[in-house]
Design a binder for this molecule. Structure first.
Ligand SMILES: Nc1ncnc2c1ncn2[C@@H]1O[C@H](COP(=O)(O)OP(=O)(O)O)[C@@H](O)[C@H]1O
Ligand SMILES: [Mg+2]
Length: 275
């Protein structure tokens, strides 16, 4: 492909030879996590394990605490009770310096693409590199081109975010995340508001990022085609807990009633009616 440049040597994103989804150890662990806002209990003793190298999907009705869960993982929120682990580091209760280190390993793709409107596409991707690394300007330029190429947005390098479609903005935001060479990526509703073709593109991109870089990802989505395309395992969260968790294939065919109801579009189950 003409817009791809050779990978930068010794990037920490290089695939880990031991990182396969099946049977790998847990890289992210939530144990008995509780979180309430005011009197409202959002998470009620949630347990979750994400294995190294897998893409783990979280599905669930809106308002069940999926975004809260991602924020807990990077220490933007603190749990009321329970433990949150990333590798051997405990996130809850971590000191500022440790949190800084943990966040350095995690790329967070926010629900809104969160691009800065008065900077060009290239400047948006370069910003975290100039703020958080010691790379020299020509190295930053090289890395920006490399990652824009990976998401097929190199041709838009000098455009402003306002000139891009929703899907293109998500791709640029993903390039910005990838350029930081994370080992973990958290995707919060990356296909929200996109048409089915663009959704399929983003899902395929998430899959190819996993295969190329061996990253471990959590993908929060409402979108079943996206979950099927990109996910290795799926958890259904409701009432502040994981209600059901299985491989994507098994999950989509489960007869768990609450999950079936969700998969069928949330239509109420009428007793005795044919399914
Ligand atoms: N910082 C906050 N302060 C107060 N309430 C919050 C805060 N963040 C989330 N909530 C509440 O927690 C619940 C779960 O939110 P969220 O995680 O965004 O749901 P979703 O599953 O749709 O991502 C919602 O009722 C929301 O209003
Ligand atoms: Mg959310």
């Amino acid at each position: 492909m003409s817009d791809r440049v050779p990978p930068i040597a010794a990037t920490p994103l290089a695939p880990d030879p031991g990182a396969t989804a099946a049977g790998a150890e847990a890289l992210i662990r939530l144990v008995g996590v509780h979180k309430a806002f005011g009197g409202k209990h959002v998470l009620n003793g949630l347990d979750l394990e994400v294995r190294r190298g897998e893409t783990f999907v979280i599905l669930g009705p809106s308002g069940t605490g999926k975004s809260v869960l991602l924020k807990l993982l990077v220490g933007l929120l603190k749990p009321d009770r329970g433990e949150i682990w990333v590798g051997r580091q405990r996130v809850d209760g971590a000191r500022d310096r440790e949190l800084w280190e943990i966040r350095g390993r995690i790329g967070y793709l926010f629900q809104s693409s969160a691009l800065i409107n008065w900077l060009t596409v290239a400047e948006n991707v370069a910003l975290p590199l100039s703020e958080h690394t010691r790379l020299r300007p020509h190295e930053i330029d090289q890395r920006v081109d490399e990652y824009l190429g990976k998401v097929h947005m190199l041709q838009s390098k000098y455009q402003m975010p306002g000139e891009l479609s929703g899907g293109q903005k998500r791709r640029v935001a993903l390039a910005r995340v990838l350029a930081g060479t994370p080992t973990i990526i958290l995707y919060d509703e990356p296909t929200a508001g996109l048409d089915p073709v663009m959704t399929q593109n983003i899902a395929a991109l998430i899959r190819s990022v996993q295969l190329e870089f061996g990253v471990t990802s959590i993908l929060v989505t409402h979108d079943l085609p996206c979950a099927s395309e990109a996910g290795d395992r799926v958890a259904f969260v409701d009432g502040g807990k994981v209600v059901h968790c299985d491989t994507t294939e098994q999950f989509m065919h489960t007869d768990h009633p609450a999950v079936r109801n969700f998969l069928r579009g949330g239509r109420p189950v009428v007793p005795g009616a044919p399914r």
